[in-house]
Every structure is written in C-alpha cells, then in structure tokens.
Design a protein around this ligand. Structure first.
Ligand SMILES: [Zn+2]
Length: 359
C-alpha cells in the first residue's frame, strides 16, 4: 500500500496514525462511531429548526427569483444602457438561481418533504428552467457523483475534463458554451430513456427555451429573432464562468480513490470535497451547499442550503476535533492553482490515493 499523496493535511486518527499497518476492525468501528456521532449532532440541529429554516428560506429565494423576472424583462425595453444592463443582470442572476440552486436542491429532494412536490420541482427546475433531463441529472449527480465522490471512473468529475483544450481556452472561453451545450447533451442522453420520458423532457425543455424567447420578443420588445437569441445567450452565460470553475475547484486536485479501495464515506467526503469562502452573489445564485458548505452538503445531501449553513459550525468543529480533514481554499487561490497545474489536474489521469489502514 502507498501512503496518501496529499501532504498538506494533518495526521488523523483514521489515517496517518495507522500508516504501514493492516486495517483493523476496531479502527473501522471507530470511524463508524464517528459517523453516528456526527449524524446525531446534525440531527439535533435539524430537529430544533423550524420549517422556515429547513425549507422556507430557500423556497423564498427561488420564489423571489421568479417574481423578479418581469422586472428584468421590462428593463430590457429601455434605450438607456444602464437600465438595459440592470435587466441583463437581473435575468442572468435569476436564471442561475433557478437553474443551479433550484435544480441542485430539487435533484436532492431538499426543497420539500413531499415526494409529489419533489418530483414537480425537479421537472420544473431541471427540465423547464435548465433545459436538461431530470433523470440524468439525478443519476449523474446523486447516484454517481455523491455516492462515489472522487472514485475514479464513477463520481470523479471527469465529465468536466476537456483535455484537448488549452488552459486559458478551457477556463475563460469554454464556459460560454455551457448554455448551448446543456440542451444538446440532454437530447443526446434522451436516447437512453423510455419513449414517454423522452417526449415529456423534450416538451418541457421546449417550453422553457421557447418561453424565454417569446418573453424577450413580446415583453422586452426585441424586434428581431437574432437579437432576442443573443440576449438569451447573454443572460444564460452570465455566471457560466464561476459555474464551471466551482464544479472543478471543489473536487479535482484532491485525493482520488479506486473503485476497489474506496474509503469509508466520512473519509471520502472529508478528503475529496473542498469548501470555498462565502461569496454573496454565488451564495445567492448557486446556494451555500455548492459554495461555502460543500463538505456539509456531501455529508448530508438532503439538507437545504440554509440548513447546510446552519450545521456548518457543528460539522467543521467535529471534523477538526476528531482530526479529520476539512478542506478550505479561496476562489482566487484555486484559480491560480488550476492555471498553474492545469496539465496535471485536467489533462493527465488523476493519481489514486490509498488511505493506509482505512479500507
Ligand atoms: Zn449535490
């Protein structure tokens, strides 16, 4: 067995301390006990929280994003460049709030405790707003990425790698293609779903895309189809750069595991996930679970953004006290790191980390 290659982390009770020794059942039991202790602490916070804290805050943010849309479309009628820019900003931020925060929470069923409403929100946010397929979003994100975080060949974020692209093209130009690529990938994925599901997805995607185009022509007063399409592209690409960056910054470059020797869940998440600091626009549009509480989100994926923020002090204190890793880094530091080590992170096959003594 090799030792873990990530040297910046401190020795932990479940990791370096057993270096060079065979894993023991006692050690495994200790880690499972840690998981139960952490779950009990988080459960206490959840039980003490009101509906408003558990779901209301995030539902209110999403409702506000829908309610702000008419103002955004109307601003685009203006000849004044500043008012027009305000319109683009409102529509762009609302678009990302509905498609990233809304879709992400809906994919995890974190918006409501009702199964029926969970399904309705999933279709609305993922298919109508994002123009993607609900089935594949759930499969790719929940069943693969969350269940096998950083396990090579399963949940390793490899869909984000485009090794043929130069680092600057990937980091600064490729994000602009996200609004165009998303529905195309969705259509390609539809080959693998049942006929009725494919018809439903195509119908809902068309409703969302055509609805957006129709509102630009009829509410914003665009005179030509090409100017309406250009505006649609502009708002849908407004936060595409941080969207792509956040998706790679929080997993790639951290320890990667093999299918046969994947660690216990608490190690998989504490080693393979990273939190960014709070960033107001991204907190609002992407949600805390994707920005400053990504570790908490991977440990407790059914919690809403507001609850992830609420349990964060409990989780971080617990992991620190038990000397388990808790990765944090700033957006700019990650950007610099990815630009300088792009070849290693995004082009070459990721090196496998084996945690001695914890398999
Ligand atoms: Zn998630």
């Amino acid at each position: 067995m090799s030792t873990c290659r990530m040297s910046a982390l401190t020795p932990t009770e479940g990791w370096f301390s057993l270096q060079g020794r065979r894993p023991t059942p006692a050690h495994r039991r200790l880690l499972l006990l840690r998981v139960r202790q952490l779950e009990a602490l988080v459960q206490d916070v959840v039980k003490a929280s009101s509906w408003w804290e558990r779901h209301g805050v995030d539902c209110a943010i999403l409702a506000l994003s829908v309610l702000a849309l008419p103002a955004g479309f109307l601003c685009l009628r203006s000849e004044h460049v500043l008012v027009f820019a305000v319109g683009v900003t409102i529509l762009g931020v609302c678009h990302y709030t509905l498609t990233v925060k809304g879709s992400h929470l809906a994919t995890h069923g974190a918006l409501t405790e009702s199964k029926r409403w969970s399904k309705i929100w999933l279709l609305f946010f993922v298919e109508v707003c994002t123009a993607f397929t609900a089935e594949y979003a759930k499969y790719g994100h929940v069943k693969m990425h969350h269940a096998y975080t950083n396990v090579v060949g399963l949940g390793d974020s490899s869909t984000w790698r485009l090794p043929g692209l130069n680092r600057y093209v990937y980091m600064f130009l490729a994000p602009l293609m996200i609004p165009v690529i998303t529905p195309l990938v969705a259509v390609e994925r539809l080959r693998k779903v049942e006929g009725w599901t494919a018809v439903r997805t195509l119908g809902l995607m068309a409703l969302g895309l055509y609805g957006h185009y129709w509102l630009l022509l009829n509410l914003s007063g665009f005179k030509s189809p090409s100017s309406a399409l250009a505006c649609m592209f502009l708002t849908r690409a407004l936060l595409a750069h941080p969207y792509l960056h956040v998706n790679i910054f929080q997993h790639i470059g951290l320890p990667m595991f093999s299918r046969d020797h994947k660690p216990l869940r608490i190690h998989m998440m504490s080693l393979g996930v990273l939190n960014l600091p709070r960033l107001p626009v991204l907190d609002w549009a992407f949600g805390h679970s994707l920005i400053s509480c990504h570790v908490e989100h991977h440990l407790f994926p059914r919690l809403s953004d507001n609850m992830c923020l609420k349990v964060k002090p409990v989780v971080s204190r617990f992991l620190h006290e038990k000397q388990l890793p808790y990765n944090e880094d700033s957006y700019l530091a990650r950007l610099r790191l990815f630009l300088s080590r792009y070849e290693e992170f995004m082009v070459q096959a990721p090196p496998i980390t084996e945690l001695v003594g914890v398999q």
